[in-house]
Design a protein around this ligand. Structure first.
Ligand code: MSP
Length: 508
């Protein structure tokens, strides 16, 4: 039987700045889901990328003109291209450093994308869904969208703290209103299409109340994809950016999951599906919008200077732990407030004292004498891990990352408690046969724990499995066999493991 396909995406981020932990959060969450599906044996396609044709990228490029020109004279277009090339490379490096396992990286200034957008435009035009009209409105370049008066405070965008510009232009429009009913019907018939439910309700009211035709081009911009047949107009950046999901690998479309922040649901749950309907393409199966987090009570913002670079966190905690603390601190789907203190505490409790300590306790006990595996007295272990796997899979299959994390913590707690109550190190001398049974269960449990943690902290999990001597052998086995109870067998000599998560030094 062919492997099940799983196609997951993150938003493609603007490159007018460097990644902060908000972007790292979405990307790490998508990575966990991609890795989980690979563990299940699915044929995964995990797509990330950069949104390069936005005006705000040009604004940033213009600010860096001197540095970028470096003596030579560049046109705005050349300048913007040089800037996005440079910045996009930095985003890719960040994701590489954070061990993000994407299968492709989509850049919207890439020829393969531009060609796809032009063809898509032609399809929508042929369908009669594009028309010209004069539009007067208030445009916020920060949001890259026209705003309603009611979205602004004294004419200023509350999100970007900048005055919306009055634009009056002849633009091309997309007939969103034509798809209103079809969209509502699709959402009603497919309860999994927009998750979580609160976001679904928001989208439904937006579609009911505000789904008007929207402008899909801007006049006389020097950067972006020209409208086919009318180079005086540039395709609106969202109409271009959303298409990255399909242009990356047209034969893999549709995506199973678009993972996005709640700030961009209108684009993903109303504009995008209507555009796809117009072009006669399938809709993505699910758009999951997670919440937003603040740092010590403040919105993450360059102006406030409170952004945290995920690479700085990686220097402090290591890559695995950076991914972990971000995901563990923010209940998936909800808003939250984070801080460096909370990350430190989470690192210590869940990783240093949790997973790391458990692995080193078990392997230290096992290193004292050869272990002959004996599962004749399994206690509750076999059944417990069966339950953990079931809960974990149910959670991750339905995108409930925080529920999966609870299961992992429960497994660690269960084993810690067993060790504290039974003190197997004492048995080693008093009752060697019983010790062998006890350490067998613990080592086998650790094997399960390492696989369960694999999508989240791949490096630490691999180290544990290497210490257990099964990493290479089991990787190819498939999840069903990995989940067996009793894979560790025979007589084995184990070694202690280096600390997986070193304690933080006090001079933080
Ligand atoms: N370029 C568009 C997306 C186009 S997708 C076809 C864009 N880019 S962005 O750089 O502004 O990234 C927004 C996304 O970054 C959010 O949807 C979310 O995934 C992530 N986050 C940015 N700040 C965040 C928080 N403070 N909290 C959680 N996620 C955050 O919009």
């Amino acid at each position: 039987m062919a492997n099940k396909k799983f196609f997951i995406t993150t938003p493609i981020y603007y490159v007018n700045g460097l990644p902060h932990i908000g972007h790292a959060y979405t990307t790490a969450a998508a990575d966990v889901l991609a890795r989980y599906h690979r563990l299940k044996g699915d044929d995964v396609f995990f797509l990330v990328g950069t949104d390069e044709n936005a005006q705000k990228n040009v604004e940033s490029a213009l600010k860096k003109r001197k540095e970028l020109e470096d003596g030579e004279k560049l046109t705005t277009r050349e300048l913007a291209q040089k800037y996005v090339d440079l910045m996009s490379a930095k985003w890719q490096e960040t994701w590489d450093e954070l061990n993000i396992s994407n299968d492709d990286f989509m850049r919207t200034s890439a020829p393969r994308h531009i060609k796809y957008v032009e063809d898509f435009w032609a399809k929508v035009l042929a369908k009669g869904d594009i028309y010209k009209n004069t539009y007067q409105g208030l445009y916020c370049t920060g949001c890259e969208e026209y705003k309603n008066e009611s979205d602004l405070v004294d004419g200023v965008c509350p999100l970007h703290k900048r005055k919306a510009e009055v634009l009056s232009e002849e633009n091309y429009f997309f007939k969103l209103s034509k798809y209103r009913d079809a969209l509502l019907k699709h959402i009603e018939k497919n309860p999994d299409f927009i998750q979580p439910e609160t976001r679904r309700n928001e989208v439904v009211s937006f579609i009911k109340d505000f789904a008007k035709d929207f402008s899909i081009s801007r006049k006389s911009l020097e950067w972006g994809i020209p409208v086919p047949g009318d180079p005086s107009q540039t395709i609106y950046v969202w109409f271009d950016a959303l298409l990255n999901y399909a242009s990356a690998k047209p034969d893999r479309w549709p995506a199973d999951v678009h993972l996005v922040g709640k700030d961009i649901i209108k684009f993903h749950c109303a504009y995008w599906p209507a555009m796809l309907m117009s072009a006669g393409l399938h809709l993505p199966k699910t758009v999951f919008a997670h919440g937003f987090f603040t740092i010590s009570g403040e919105k993450i913002s360059k102006t406030l200077g409170n952004t945290i670079d995920p690479l700085d966190l990686a220097k402090k905690y290591g890559v695995d732990a950076t991914r972990y603390v971000l995901l563990a601190e923010v209940p998936f789907g909800q808003d939250a407030d984070v801080s460096l203190e909370k990350f430190d505490a989470r690192y210590e409790s869940d990783l240093v004292n949790g997973l790391g300590n458990l692995a080193s306790r078990i392997l230290t006990m096992a290193s004292k004498q050869p272990v002959t595996f004996d599962y004749s007295n399994d206690g509750a272990f076999k059944a417990s891990f069966k339950k953990y796997w079931a809960e974990y899979q149910e959670a991750l299959d339905s995108l409930k990352i925080s529920d999966a994390l609870h299961t992992l913590s429960a497994a660690i707690k269960f084993l810690d408690q067993y060790i504290n109550e039974n003190q197997p190190w004492k048995l080693a001398k008093e009752d060697p046969a019983k010790f062998q049974q006890s350490i067998s269960m613990l080592l086998e449990s650790l094997r399960h724990v390492a696989w369960l943690y694999m999508p989240l902290v791949p490096e630490a999990s691999e180290k544990i499995l290497v210490s257990l001597g099964v990493y290479d052998g089991e990787r190819a086995l498939g999840i069903k066999k990995i989940q067996n109870w009793g894979n560790l067998s025979g007589m084995v000599e184990f070694k202690k493991i280096e600390p997986l998560f070193p304690r933080l030094t006090t001079s933080k």
